[in-house]
Design a protein around this ligand. Structure first.
Ligand SMILES: Cc1cc2nc3c(=O)[nH]c(=O)nc-3n(C[C@H](O)[C@H](O)[C@H](O)COP(=O)(O)OP(=O)(O)OC[C@H]3O[C@@H](n4cnc5c(N)ncnc54)[C@H](O)[C@@H]3O)c2cc1C
Ligand SMILES: *[C@@H]1O[C@H](CO)[C@@H](O)[C@H](O)[C@H]1NC(C)=O
Ligand SMILES: *[C@@H]1O[C@H](CO)[C@@H](O)[C@H](O)[C@H]1NC(C)=O
Ligand SMILES: *[C@@H]1O[C@H](CO)[C@@H](O)[C@H](O)[C@H]1NC(C)=O
Ligand SMILES: *[C@@H]1O[C@H](CO)[C@@H](O)[C@H](O)[C@H]1NC(C)=O
Ligand SMILES: *[C@@H]1O[C@H](CO)[C@@H](O)[C@H](O)[C@H]1NC(C)=O
Ligand SMILES: *[C@@H]1O[C@H](CO)[C@@H](O)[C@H](O)[C@H]1NC(C)=O
Ligand SMILES: *[C@@H]1O[C@H](CO)[C@@H](O)[C@H](O)[C@H]1NC(C)=O
Ligand SMILES: CC(=O)N[C@H]1CO[C@H](CO)[C@@H](O)[C@@H]1O
Length: 573
């Protein structure tokens, strides 16, 4: 076993995410790619009156919240000295944000094109994209009541769990929200048999999570049960909501696939307001759709049951860090690093990476139960990069160490950074062929767009055995990394500046699409919120079947979100 502490500064800028303002399609000139969402918002005369809301509130035991943006407590008329000071201290805290109905992790999906920041008390605080009414759901009955109310009054319905979404799918201008965060609960099973399974079906070790569970809590509890679960590399991301519905990548994906591959059953309130249990026996089409179909398009998930796995005996961790002194050398180094990823991922490593154009490339790799031998094998991919060490002021470090447990890993490395920023990404999944043949093009793309920063929200070979049972883009069976080009802006950026950057990101998506080819795709949870060719890029050949199932499950089109199956809301850059 190698030493326990990293010798390198861990400035790991994982997970650059999303973007910007964006108004739902219904407020914009129509666009040939989209239909117009015709549902009631607070801005419309068909929005229910106060009496109707009060009666509804009573029917759900007073659980209706007039939700407000997270900085509202710092402005009149809702100024509160203590809460405002707490807001200032915790502004970038992921826990503080996920505990509020009206707070979102990327500030741009909270404020939209309006303003509500931590400025002076007299400054305005506008509602932005925060749903003005939210149900603080505590049980299935609350969810059923809310879905039926939304259907009856024809409301624009959104579903918010943690508010981490990168595509703005959990907020919505003038919408009515179901907030699932407080639906907590975990039940561990030694031998779980799905509902309606054929007799003699063998049970599997599993865990049932209520809709509001978050990964850190699940991992900690799993450890107590000597098990682990295929989940995100994050503390506060939801374990039973959007993460799963979009696919869900994990440090365990090399061995056990995506989160959707581990789903054995789900309970969900359908858009028709009915609570049902779905699995591969009870409704195979619907079950296939929720395993990658994304966002709130399919109903409101109330619980999920995942297979569990043995805890690793230890976690092998490795860092690769390259410091360069010029753009040309950075280009060469980064291209070598990209070409090395297939070898490293073949050796069983998953990882995350970030860069600073011209000066830095850094990756963290990890492998449950990895050994010196697996690391030596993976390192072979980086020989040309390692050979650059020492010339032209280039510094290359590569070091591995072992942590004694998964818990030690999560305690040290699970951080939820980039909160309250305006980051958004253009992304694609890259195959070994693209990585080895197109590395220079991928690096040049970043240099043509000085505002973007390349990075990797996930690196890894994903066990493909369940791929055909899920609706995620089939490219997941081959891909070795998510390549992302992130863009950001300060909160005080002008509308024109924001628009310019969003449009630039669309250009990056198009150029990236040209490099990887039309059959490639991306991870929908970490995609450009303004992806132009989104149906194809998000789901490829699966989109047609998804759309058919959507029409069966949601014939009245109650559940719509940005670039979700059905396509009723398509935010414009
Ligand atoms: C710090 C950070 C780390 C991340 N790490 C990873 C990672 O390691 N692996 C990975 O795959 N992804 C990761 N992601 C991306 C993550 O998968 C997405 O942000 C995802 O959208 C989060 O889902 P959520 O339910 O927590 O968030 P939300 O924003 O609340 O919801 C996201 C979407 O799911 C819908 N939704 C949520 N709950 C329900 C429900 N009960 N029923 C129906 N629809 C629902 C919402 O309407 C919305 O469309 C990370 C994101 C962040 C911010
Ligand atoms: C709903 O009712 C509760 C309890 O009476 C009340 O505290 C809350 O403010 C009400 N919500 C709204 C939006 O009026
Ligand atoms: C939401 O409900 C939970 C209990 O389920 C309660 O603890 C919490 O205070 C409520 N939040 C708001 C904002 O009403
Ligand atoms: C977990 O493993 C430890 C050590 O092997 C054992 O003592 C403990 O009883 C186990 N816990 C459970 C819940 O199985
Ligand atoms: C790691 O090793 C443990 C203990 O031998 C084993 O139970 C577990 O299945 C292994 N996990 C992986 C991912 O190899
Ligand atoms: C490499 O870059 C990182 C991040 O900028 C910095 O912290 C570190 O000191 C640099 N190392 C060397 C050897 O220059
Ligand atoms: C790169 O060179 C530096 C300075 O000589 C050395 O400390 C470091 O270990 C070398 N890196 C690798 C990966 O060998
Ligand atoms: C935004 O704020 C920064 C300082 O915080 C300032 O330098 C910059 O000029 C401001 N930009 C605009 C467009 O107001
Ligand atoms: C609600 C909340 O998360 N509050 C935290 C804000 O930050 C302070 C200081 O870090 C914490 O002590 C609070 O718990």
């Amino acid at each position: 076993m190698r030493f326990l502490l990293s010798p390198f500064p861990l400035i790991l800028l994982f997970f650059p995410f999303l973007n910007a303002l964006a108004t739902p399609q219904q407020h914009l000139p129509s666009h040939d790619q989209s239909k117009i969402l015709k549902r009631c918002t607070t801005n419309d005369p068909c929005w229910p009156d106060a009496k109707t809301w009060a009666a509804f509130n009573t029917s759900i035991s007073g659980r209706l919240i007039a939700s407000r943006p997270s900085a509202a407590v710092c402005h009149d008329p809702s100024y509160d000295k203590e809460l405002c000071s707490e807001a200032k201290t915790n502004w970038t805290s992921s826990d503080w944000r996920t505990d509020q109905a009206g707070a979102y992790s990327a500030i741009l999906w909270e404020v939209g094109d309006e303003k509500c920041f931590l400025g002076p008390r007299h400054e305005v605080c506008e509602q932005g994209l925060v749903p003005p009414m939210s149900v603080n759901a505590s049980c299935v009955e609350d969810v059923e009541a809310a879905v039926r109310f939304a259907d009856r009054y024809h409301l624009y319905l959104t579903v918010k769990n943690t508010g981490h979404d990168h595509l703005g799918r959990s907020s919505g201008d003038g919408s009515f929200a179901i907030w699932t965060h407080n639906m907590k609960g975990r039940k561990w099973h030694d031998a779980f048999v799905p509902f309606n399974a054929p007799v003699n079906t063998l049970g599997v070790p599993a865990v049932t999570l209520q809709a509001g569970e978050q990964w850190l809590d699940v991992y900690r509890d799993a450890t107590v049960h000597n098990r682990t679960v295929v989940g995100g590399s994050a503390r506060t991301v939801g374990a039973a909501g959007g993460y799963l519905l979009g696919g869900g990548h994990s440090p365990f994906s090399y061995f056990y696939g995506l989160a959707v591959d581990n789903l054995v059953e789900m309970t969900i309130v359908t858009p028709k307001g009915k609570h049902v249990t779905i699995n591969e026996y009870s409704d195979p089409g619907y079950f296939w759709a929720v395993r990658g179909g994304g966002g709130s398009a399919w109903g409101v998930v109330t619980s999920v049951t995942y297979k569990t796995h043995p805890l690793p005996s230890h976690m092998d961790v490795a860092f690769l860090q390259v410091n360069t002194t010029s753009v040309d050398i950075w280009k060469e180094a980064y291209a070598h690093a990209l070409r090395g990823l297939p070898e490293m991922t073949d050796a069983g490593y998953t990882g995350y990476g970030s860069t600073e154009v011209g000066s830095l490339v850094q990756f963290i790799f990890l492998q449950p139960n990895g050994t010196d031998a697996t690391l030596e094998r993976g390192k072979l991919g980086f020989q040309k990069l390692l050979a650059m060490n020492g010339s032209d002021g280039t510094f290359v470090a590569f070091a591995g160490f072992a942590l004694p447990s998964w818990e030690a890993y999560i305690n040290l490395f699970l951080t939820d950074p980039n909160t309250a920023t305006n980051i958004q990404d253009a992304t694609r999944l890259l195959t070994p062929e693209v990585l080895s043949e197109k590395a220079n093009d991928l690096v040049d793309l970043a240099l043509r767009h000085p505002d973007v920063t390349p990075g990797h929200n996930f690196i890894g070979k994903v066990n493909p055995s369940q791929r055909s049972k899920t609706s995620v883009h089939p490219i997941w069976a081959q891909s070795r990394t998510i390549m992302s080009y992130g863009i950001n802006w300060p909160d005080n950026a002008t509308s024109a500046e924001k628009k310019r950057r969003k449009q630039e990101l669309v250009k990056v998506s198009l150029e990236l699409g040209d490099i990887v080819g039309p059959d490639s795709g991306t991870y929908i949870n970490e995609a450009n919120p303004y992806e132009p060719d989104w149906k194809n890029v998000f789901w490829g050949p699966n989109y047609g079947r998804l759309e058919k199932i959507k029409r069966r499950i949601d014939p009245r089109g109650l559940m719509a979100c940005n670039r979700c199956v059905g396509g009723e809301i398509v935010y414009e850059p």
